[in-house]
Design a protein around this ligand. Structure first.
Ligand code: NCD
Length: 355
């Protein structure tokens, strides 16, 4: 089985520790690693806009002595001529040693991995997951908070469409004593499958409607932008925009030891007036992300295995009801599900359908 990074859920605790430790070592002595990936090629296939993720993957590979190819606008590739994801991936995996892919459809990274002969790293699949942002976040928390457990973690903004939030909850719910404080409008709350994960892990969570009420409770505040591109209409987006804004007055309600993270880009949810507050670490977080990705690329190319079977897979030809699932546009992908109780869970996008 290949070492694709589709969902951090598939990494063991010691895998995660290894990545965090290696990121720390590279940070301390970057020179030692400056030729570690010499002769290797990373392909960055970005079907959706990106600043940090794409550039940090690219600089990560360049700082390891490797090279980079790819596109940041699929319309400059044969995708514009109607090439399928399968064909693009088959070709790219013949050219590159490792692929980082971002795509607007949920489950696209899993779909791509089926056709790749080299490791595929999920750099964001629609509103579903963003595992390397979570690596960035855990490396940030490890360095800035000194621990990954016993944290009150506030998550604020678009918890429905924010893939970084989904990945972060999935990973942090495994650590003892973490509690989530969910701050969103009722329309933008976390999806059911994420609540199920917290319940299964026995991880406490509360929903609090305002930042003011939540602030004094938090060790970590994870702000997110409202994901405009995932709304069905501009009207629906405008109704949600600007509801939660962290400003100096609200930050003053937070603990001295609070750390404020944001995957970025920011729109208007954090006022620039708080940027220089030492508790705001979102710009540092982006730098930690580069080291996290250096560690991940290096370990993956060295042959670390991160894919473990999630369980028995069954085929259900009626397909996935989620219209944003990759299996609809790329109809040749096998309609795989895992059965859990009386639901079938889509192998690609995790959407649950009743049996
Ligand atoms: C995030 C993403 O793409 O999901 N950005 C990032 O990768 N740092 C967050 C966002 O776009 O809001």
């Amino acid at each position: 089985m290949l070492n694709h990074i589709i969902d951090l859920e598939l990494l063991s605790f010691s895998d995660l520790q290894e990545i965090i430790q290696l990121a720390g070592k590279i940070m301390k002595n970057p020179k030692k690693y400056s030729e570690a990936c010499k002769g290797k090629i990373l392909a960055t296939l970005f079907y959706e806009p990106s600043t940090r993720t794409q550039m940090s993957f690219q600089t990560a590979m360049l700082r390891l002595g490797g090279s980079v190819i790819g596109f940041d606008d699929p319309m400059n590739s044969s995708v514009a001529k109607g090439e399928s994801l399968k064909d693009t991936i088959k070709i790219m995996s013949g050219y590159a040693d490792i692929i980082a892919m971002r795509h607007p459809l949920e489950g696209s990274a899993k779909g791509a991995s089926l056709y790749s002969s080299v490791p595929v790293i999920n750099a964001g699949d629609g509103g579903h997951l963003h595992p390397t942002q979570t690596l960035t976040d855990v490396v940030t928390l490890h360095n800035e908070k000194g621990r990954l457990n016993h944290l009150n973690i506030g998550l604020c903004g678009d918890l429905k469409n924010g893939r970084t939030v989904h990945s972060l909850i999935k990973t942090m719910s495994h650590f003892e004593g973490n509690k989530f404080i969910l701050i969103s409008t009722p329309e933008l709350g976390v999806p059911k499958y994420i609540k199920d994960i917290m319940d299964e892990q026995g991880c406490e969570y509360v929903e609090i409607p305002t930042l003011q009420e939540a602030m004094p409770l938090l060790d970590v505040l994870y702000m997110t932008r409202i994901q405009r591109e995932r709304f069905a209409s501009e009207e629906e987006y405008l109704a949600q925009k600007g509801v939660f804004v962290l400003d100096a007055q609200k930050l003053s309600l937070g603990k001295e030891s609070l750390k404020v993270l944001h995957p970025l880009p920011r729109v208007d949810e954090i006022d620039v007036e708080v940027d220089d507050d030492p508790r705001c670490v979102y710009f540092k977080q982006a730098v930690y992300g580069m080291y996290a990705r250096m560690a991940l690329i290096l370990l993956t190319l060295e042959g670390a295995k991160y894919s473990y079977a999630k369980g028995k897979v069954i085929i259900d030809e009626t397909g996935c009801p989620n219209p944003k699932c990759i299996t609809h546009t790329e109809g040749y992908m096998p309609k795989e599900f895992r059965k859990k109780g009386n639901v079938l869970i889509c192998e690609y996008c995790d959407f649950q359908k009743e049996l």
